[in-house]
Each structure stands twice: as C-alpha cells, then as structure tokens.
Design a protein around this ligand. Structure first.
Ligand code: ADP
Ligand code: MG
Length: 494
C-alpha cells in the first residue's frame, strides 16, 4: 500500500516542503529511504522502527520504500522522522490518516516514540501556511514558536502513539498558545564602564541611529567591556523584527527564540563563509545571525582580509545573496557593526616611547582600519587609558537611562522613515529631505574640503548629525550637531 505526508527540510534559513511517500510491498523485509537523504535522514530508519515497536504498533515485515520528493533537494536533519513514521503507519494499514490529508509533520523521534524538538519550526509553520497545508503537527517544545505563524493550524503531540486517535476520527494532540516575546534576564550594564565619556557617547549614537562604530585604543582601556554592553541600550525589537530574529535563531539553534536582539562576537579566525554565510552545507553566517542586533568584531586587525572584505557589500545593502549549484538565496543581515582595535601590534601606539613596532608592521596591521571597510563605518573614536580618578570615581549613567533616550530617538526615526529603518540606512532621497540649517550646512561643506572627505564620508557625517539631533529632539540639524558628528570621525582628522 502507498501513503504520503508532507514534511520540511531546511535550506539556508528557509523551510522547503518535502513530499514523503512510503510504499509497503510483499517481499524480503527491508527499509530503504531514497531522494537525497543526508546521514541523519537515512538513520531515521532505526529511530522509526524502534519508536513504532515501542509504542505498540505492528512494524510491517515487508519491503518498505520511502521516497522524498523533490529528488534534487538535499534533505537534512532528523526533523523528517515523524512524517516518515506517520506515512509508514498509514501505508501499513495501522492507522488511517485521511483525517490529516493536507497536514504536515515535523519532529525527531526518540526510541520510545516521544518527540524531540526540531530547528526552524517557525519557518516550517510559515511554509506550511504558504504551501497550502491544512496544518502542522510537531513536538510540544516547538508549539509556541510555530503558533506565531499566521494562517496555519498547529497541533502538538508528545509521542507518535497519539496518532492512534485518528482511527476514531479525532485530531491528535492540542493546539498550543503562541509564544510571547520576553526580554531574557538582565544584561551587563553600561554603568560598569568608568570614564571614557567619548566612547559612551559614541555607543549611544550608534545604538540610536544604527551606525557602525570602530573603537581604537590601547589594551585594557575598556573597549571590549563597552562593546559587550551595547545590547543593554538598544531599543526592544518591534513585532516584525521579533519574527525576523526568531526565524533565524530557530533555524540556527541559537535560542532563546523570542528573547533579545542578538549579539554575535565571532573569533578573529572566522572564515569568510563563516562570517557572511555559505559553505557546505550552505548556512547562514554570523552577519545573518546578528540580524536585528550587533556584530562585534574584537581585535578587527587580526581578522582575515578576505573575511573583512566580504562584509562590505552586505553592510551597505542589509542582505547577502548566497549562490550555489541548486540556486540562490538572499538572507537578511541588517546589523550594527561594532569593532575594536589596538593602534599597533604591541598595542601602545606610535606616540608611546615604549612602542617598538616598525612602521611597516604597524601599517600592515592597520590595513583593516584604513581600507574600504573603514570608510563604511560611520563612527570612529579613539580611547585612552582611563585615569585613576575615573577608575576610582562613581559609576556613570546606567543602561536604563541611556536606553530611554535611544528609544525616544528611534521613535522619531520610525515616524520619519517607517518601521525598523534608522538614520544609518537613510538613502539619497532621505538625505535630500534632511532638515539642516544654513550654518550647519556650511560647516559640513568646509569640513568636506578641509578633510578631503569622500562623497560617502560626507553623507555619513550628515546621517550621524541627524542622529545626534534626534537624540536631542531637534527638528533641524544645527551646527553643534555637525561638529559632534565630525568629532566622531577620528580617521578623517588625522
Ligand atoms: N574604562 C574602564 N572602566 C571599567 N573597567 C575597565 C575600564 N577599562 C578597563 N577596565 C577593566 O579592565 C578589563 C579589561 O578591559 P577590556 O574592555 O577587555 O579592555 P580592551 O578591550 O580595551 O583591551 C575589564 O574587564 C575591566 O575590569
Ligand atoms: Mg579587548
């Protein structure tokens, strides 16, 4: 007998529908899975067999063939177990799944028949909806997430044994409640950073306007400490961003799924594919995992040249297209870049008499700070060692206070551009509409000539000045806003 069900396999961050056909014929007992399964899918045979027997079903001692279509799409992971089990039970005449015609299944089987959660449940539920499936059955741990998807019925079952109720014409399992966004635990607070007023201000501007930030200074000055507190001053994600962030976190297994904005800090040995996505099997890179949050590149001068170069285009466009034999996929990657660097290999900086680094070594080391990537980073600040008084003094403003100002500035931007768009992403048309007074405009122009700014740098000064004005709730960009913005571009001044 022949039976079929629907399942999903993950491809990048998308869930692709898979038809699972199972045929049971008389013949020597065997169980074959064809249709480009990976090792985890092929091993489903053993899990399905043990789970069905342990749940009291009769396992057919016949020739069993499972086909996964389309045959040219690679099927990955253990998430197809439940769909295989259901189709096999139906083909063997153990249950009648007519009641579930048009339903899809996702879930990994334990040997006792209970279901283990899968990755990408939200993407699968959304794909079930757009694919015209009547509903999706999956493990309880994935229920809340899947129920966030609109236009598809979701039910959760604990064990494959619950499919037995189909014989009485009932739907198995229960309908889960949609998961809610909850900010997970307190984050490290910016009050921990002593002194470094300039860096604090740069962090606030970066958080408010979504501007990239490069911090250069000697080791132990608090650069990493400050960057790791960036998320504590970011505004909460809006409902659209919550879904976007959750979809990615769920596929990548980097939960919590409905928690905060992501903070990714890949080690400097990361490859270009690890950073921007790709590789075999192709998957999202760090920039996609950082979507809606922060990508922190600590010691940016130590990163591979190729990896940093690969960042340029996605930094501007907010998305990355991965091309491979089976087609192309565009992944979102709107993140705020925060980078930290020492001024030279020894870290002291050339002004320090103790620095013994040769000019050529320093130049090579700082290549990352002067190239095309650095030109795309809006804020560029230098820090010094904090003074003894600063280290012994009282703590500065805490994250909650700074965050309030950031949220207020973001609200101004949302009113101006629409949802989830910041000044950093303002395009030429937005800049043409920029409200700027005459004195401020002439300051931009004279700085442009005096510092020999690139056209891109000129626009970046305007964007940063707009954010500074928004933080002060000023309608027009004024002279002091432009002056502050220029102050945040250390590289152009030297
Ligand atoms: N400005 C500062 N405020 C508070 N602590 C600091 C500061 N600078 C350095 N420290 C202390 O030194 C440690 C190392 O700082 P870190 O941020 O890693 O330095 P960097 O990244 O600049 O090399 C921190 O964990 C903290 O204990
Ligand atoms: Mg550091």
């Amino acid at each position: 007998m022949l039976a079929e069900t629907t399942a999903f396999t993950l491809d990048g961050i998308a869930a692709r529908p898979v038809r699972v056909e199972v045929d049971v014929q008389r013949g020597l007992p065997s169980f074959q899975i064809v249709g480009l399964p990976d090792t985890a899918v092929r091993e489903a045979r053993e899990r399905v067999r043990a789970a069905l027997v342990n749940c009291g079903f009769e396992f057919p001692l016949k020739r069993i063939t499972a086909n996964l279509a389309p045959a040219d799409l690679k099927k990955v992971g253990p998430g197809l177990d439940l769909a295989l089990a259901a189709a096999l039970l139906a083909a063997a005449g153990e249950i009648s799944i007519d009641r579930l015609a048009g339903w899809a299944f996702a879930g990994e089987l334990a040997l006792d028949g209970t279901l283990r959660p899968v990755r990408g449940a939200l993407a699968m539920a959304e794909a079930a909806g757009s694919n015209g499936s009547a509903g999706l059955i999956l493990p309880p741990a994935n229920g809340g997430e899947a129920a966030m998807a609109l236009g598809v019925e979701v039910r959760v079952i604990e064990s494959v044994a619950e499919l037995r109720c189909l014989d009485d014409g009932e739907l198995p399992g229960e309908r889960p409640a949609p998961a809610e966004f909850r900010e997970s635990g307190p984050l490290p607070d910016i009050a921990d950073l002593r002194g470094q007023g300039h860096l604090r201000r740069a962090l606030e501007i970066s958080a408010a306007g979504g501007h990239g930030l490069l911090v250069v200074g000697p080791p132990g000055a608090g650069k990493s400490l400050a960057a790791r507190r960036m998320n504590s001053i970011l505004p909460p994600p809006d409902s659209g961003e919550i879904l976007e962030i959750a979809r990615i976190a769920s596929v990548a297994g980097t939960g919590p799924v409905f928690g905060r904005r992501p903070f990714r800090a890949p080690h400097h040995t990361v490859s270009a594919a690890g950073l921007v996505g790709g590789g075999t099997p192709p998957g999202p890179g760090e920039i996609t995992l950082a979507h809606g949050g922060v990508l922190f590149l600590d010691e940016i001068c130590e990163f591979r040249r190729a990896a940093l170069e690969a960042l340029r285009e996605p930094l501007e466009s907010g998305e990355i297209t991965i091309v491979r034999a089976t087609g192309r996929q565009t992944l979102p990657c709107r993140f705020t870049l925060v980078a930290a660097a020492n001024p030279c290999p020894c870290g002291r900086g050339e002004e320090d008499p103790g620095c013994r680094c040769s000019l050529s070594a320093t130049t090579r080391y700082r290549a990352a700070l002067s190239g095309a990537l650095a030109d795309r980073i809006d804020l560029n600040v230098a820090v010094e060692q904090p003074s003894a008084e600063a280290m012994a003094g009282s703590a500065g403003e805490d994250s909650a206070t700074v965050r309030k100002r950031v949220i207020a500035a973001r609200e101004v931007m949302t009113a101006r551009y629409g949802r989830a768009k910041t000044n950093a992403a303002a395009d030429a048309a937005d800049l043409a509409d920029l409200k700027i007074d005459r004195k401020a405009q002439s300051l931009v122009s004279s700085a442009h000539t005096a510092c020999r700014l690139s056209g891109r740098a000129h626009d970046r000064v305007l964007r940063v000045a707009r954010t500074i004005a928004d933080l002060e709730a000023c309608r027009e960009v004024e002279e002091q806003h432009v002056a502050s913005a220029l102050d945040m571009r250390r590289r152009d001044r030297t």
